[in-house]
Design a protein around this ligand. Sequence first.
Ligand code: G1P
Length: 298
Amino acid sequence: MRAESFHRPVKAVLPAAGFGTRFLPITKAVPKEMLPVGDRPVIDYVVQEAVAAGFTDILIIVSREKNCILDYFDRNHELERRLRSAGKHSEADELERIASQANFHFVRQPEMKGLGDAVLQAQAFVGKDPFALLLADTMILDNNGRPGKGDSLNALVSAHLEHRCSSVAIEPVAAERIHRYGVVGGRELHSGQFELKSMVEKPQPDEAPTMLDSGGQAYSHGFAFAARYLFTARIFDFLRTTQPGKNNEIQLTDAMAQLLVEEGFYGCRLPGKRLDIGNAAGLLEAHEIILKGKSSHD
Ligand code: G1P
């Protein structure tokens, strides 16, 4: 066991610095994290998820072209005053709520060298505390099929507090899609809880690690990282020395594989559903789910 404290973590890091090449041409001018789902950008739901799970301090990692993310989470007093003087109090209240729901911090990734390098920019903010990592281009729905309560992050926090090491959300993925994800092997301890033994970023099917069920039988499908992580600060020591890997980028998964050897690592099966909005089909699905939920509440 290392010397980190094992209190419930309160810091969350949201990398939002990628080019968004899977969603060009729109992402040439609009960050993918700012694409609309219902009446708000995707990253709004990701922040709400972190806040719902008790994270009070949020660092968003941006690149040069993404200043509109800072504007979105900042107060705009002039606009709020104008709305209030026009009697539009609920709109003004909502803008105020968005900016004051957490303590927001921002940092720029100077060069887009990969997810691992983006996460490294969070080191000064994180210090020695454990922290959550939420990929800001992915919405996670709860058990009830709606965004909101942070079930997935809560499961990761519980695993972290129980096993005193890092944990990550994982989900089953079919063999033909395995080359798109970070893939993990290990064994299931009990339903939905996995002890991880190996991790490979975007493997070919024959390089993918195997996951055993609680009876020791290999699952016929793989298990992939699902955009939510809970790290001990030790991850930074490995990130600092990780060399470019898959796609010539500094891969978070490569640093995680080293952390696993030193501290162990737990996987929690994603209790809800992952919606990757980095492509048009995922964005459309998210939009439909949100609009359906909204109309059933109207
Ligand atoms: C990233 C990670 C990968 C993970 C995926 C989905 O890949 O590198 O390990 O499985 O997110 O959470 P990307 O989608 O940025 O290529």
